[in-house]
Ligand binder design. Structure first.
Ligand code: MRU
Length: 334
């Protein structure tokens, strides 16, 4: 299993995902500023991995109240949609207040370990949803690179494949930064799961030809009512899945649920540099003066979601109730 992060000799090393799959380059970060830069430019990405990187970033801050506050503000400003980032930094702030700076590295390690455990449980719960030899479509990258564990949606697919429940994975390329084409193919290939890479706009033809049995994706934030923010292009998949009566499932840890967002309208959706879509790799494809808008995420309304797979089990509609119930149970167990 590839790991997106490792702690070595007092520094955080980040596997630069912008260079994958061509080369495995590790970036050494010894300040929160370097970690923030790596998160901002997607060297490390995927909501859980961003949260873990930020927790380690806080452990690299100057060990004073103002140093921690400055680092938390900086790291928290890098990517607005993934709520795991804010969640991890909030835990860091509380740990510093109650136990000082020495508590920050153990906390980052604990968050990473909790994610590995959550991923394992998500995989078991999610795999049980699959029938026999399904053809499953996924979007973006939700594997080990995105979480540091087994992955969320991709971990579920892998567990289902091991149980003979997956025949083939359709991998959306995931424009504009190609997390599907570069990273999901890399991870599926490493464990020899059969896949076919397709252009993002292929879902319609695949579904009309009866070639998709299930869609499963991850999430960057799930609102209290079950609306799901995820990589741009997820919502159209959910609309198509409903039209073709195909289950549309979301797999995410409970740390991705944000009760402070009552619904999807309350979720800030990241917009990134338009150059990411006017260029393709190093080539300028649009006219140099082309105006572009680069939304990085969209929101899938809860009524299009068949199930949300979490470490605590599979949630179903009505999501406002199932989410509130699972969170109150997991908080009282903690
Ligand atoms: O922009 P990215 O690559 O960070 O977007 C990642 C996604 O959209 C994932 O689906 C989500 O973070 C879940 S990762 C387990």
């Amino acid at each position: 299993m590839v790991s997106p992060l490792r702690w070595r000799d007092g520094t955080l090393e980040i596997l630069d995902q912008t260079r994958l799959p061509a080369e495995e380059v590790w970036i050494r970060c010894s300040t929160p500023d370097e970690v923030a830069d790596a998160i901002r430019r997607l060297a490390v990405r995927g909501a859980p991995a961003i949260g873990i990187a930020a927790a380690y970033g806080l452990a690299l801050a100057e060990p004073s109240a103002s140093g921690i506050e400055r680092a938390a503000d900086l790291l928290g400003s890098t990517r607005p949609t993934a709520v795991n980032l804010r969640w991890a930094l909030e835990r860091g702030r509380r740990a510093f207040e109650s136990a000082g700076a020495d508590a920050l590295l153990p906390l980052a390690e604990r968050i990473a370990e909790e994610q590995r455990e959550a991923d394992s449980r998500i995989a078991v719960h999610g795999a049980a949803l699959f029938g026999q030899r399904e053809r499953v479509l996924t979007h973006c990258n939700t594997g080990a690179l995105a979480t540091g564990g087994r992955g969320t949606a991709l971990g579920t697919i892998e567990a289902a494949w091991e149980a003979g429940r997956v025949e083939l994975v359709w991998v959306d390329e995931t424009r504009p930064l190609l997390q599907g084409a570069r990273l999901t193919t890399y991870e599926l290939g490493a464990v020899s799961i059969p896949y076919r890479l397709v252009a993002d706009s292929s879902a319609g033809v695949l579904m009309t030809r009866g070639l998709v049995d299930r869609v499963i994706v991850g999430a960057d934030r799930i609102a209290a009512n079950g609306d799901v923010a995820n990589k741009i292009g997820t919502y159209p998949l959910a609309v198509l899945a409903r039209r073709h009566d195909i289950p549309f499932c979301v797999a995410a840890p409970l740390s991705t649920v944000d009760l402070a967002s009552p619904d999807g309208d309350a979720i800030e959706l990241e917009q990134r540099d338009p150059a990411e879509i006017t260029r393709f790799g190093s080539a300028q494809v649009a006219p140099a003066d082309a105006e572009a808008v680069n939304w990085a995420f969209d929101v899938t309304p809860h009524d299009l979601v068949t199930a949300i797979v979490t470490e605590a089990g599979v949630l179903e509609a009505p999501y406002d109730r199932s989410i509130a119930d699972v969170l109150s149970t997991s908080q009282s167990a903690a």
